[in-house]
Design a protein around this ligand. Structure first.
Ligand code: PEP
Length: 249
């Protein structure tokens, strides 16, 4: 069976000092439950402080982005090896904010996922449709294109990665996909994974839901058969709301 994963995406919030305080509060309030993994993804500058605050705890560290190359003349960029050195286990790739603000394409997301895997990191690959695409009835077509493009050549390595279905219209908006809408999208993604890597591998690959998950809607979302936890933005910035979500998984 798939274990659940609840990961906090702190985005561009929390200095190193603030991150250490938040990580400590999460660590102190966490009730461990078998089959539920927890991760936090702070900004690069807070990774070391958060790693120290979490040392010896079951909470994993993740980053929010990486460059596809191991090193080179890429001013302002960070490689997978550097993240690994700082204790990262996970790295988010292809978040819709980066697709929109930085022009990240499926091909670039694919290269980043490959680089992460090569360095021993677990990429959390984000996909999701915009409101216009959903209203035009194109949700499944968009997910098909993003999954095929972002995971090209990774059919035999599906279990080493995590997918996050994040409808763009639900991120940071307070609008959440209904459990049924999310389940339909997750089931579609799992069918795509099965076509790429076989049914067994697809059945073992975790697919998270992200988009305005809150303590009061998490349990209904997480109880859907193809939803294996969540990628949590705004609600991960306070220990009590993040822990309430974790504890409902
Ligand atoms: C996210 O940034 O991945 C996210 C899901 O944000 P929020 O929970 O704030 O919608």
């Amino acid at each position: 069976m798939r274990s659940k994963l609840v990961a906090g995406n702190w985005k561009m919030y929390k200095t190193a000092a603030e991150g250490a305080v938040l990580a400590t509060a999460i660590r102190n309030g966490l009730r461990r439950k078998p089959g539920v993994e927890v991760a936090v993804c702070p900004p690069f500058t807070a990774l070391t402080a958060v790693a120290q605050a979490l040392a010896g705890s079951p909470i994993a560290l993740g980053a929010q982005n990486l460059h596809p190359e191991a090193e080179g003349a890429h001013t302002g960029e960070i490689s997978a090896v550097m993240l690994k050195e700082h204790g990262c286990v996970y790295v988010i790739v292809g978040h819709s904010e980066r697709r929109r603000e930085c022009g990240e394409t499926d091909a670039l997301v694919n290269a980043k996922a490959l680089a992460a895997l090569k360095a021993g990191l677990i990429p959390i690959v984000c996909v999701g449709e915009t409101r216009e695409e959903r209203e035009a009835g194109r949700t499944e077509a968009v997910l098909t294109e993003q999954i095929r493009g972002s995971l090209a050549g990774l059919g035999d390595r599906l279990e080493g990665l995590v997918i996050a279905y994040e409808p763009v219209w639900a991120i940071g908006t307070g609008l959440t996909a209904t459990p049924q809408q999310a389940q339909e999208a997750h089931a579609h993604i799992r069918r795509l994974l099965a076509a790429m890597g076989g049914r067994d591998a697809a059945a073992r690959t975790r697919i998270l839901y992200g988009g305005s998950v809150k303590p009061d809607n998490a349990a209904d979302l997480f109880s859907q058969p193809d939803i294996d936890g969540g990628l949590i933005g705004g609600a991960s910035l306070k220990a009590d709301s993040f822990l309430a979500i974790v504890h409902s998984a």
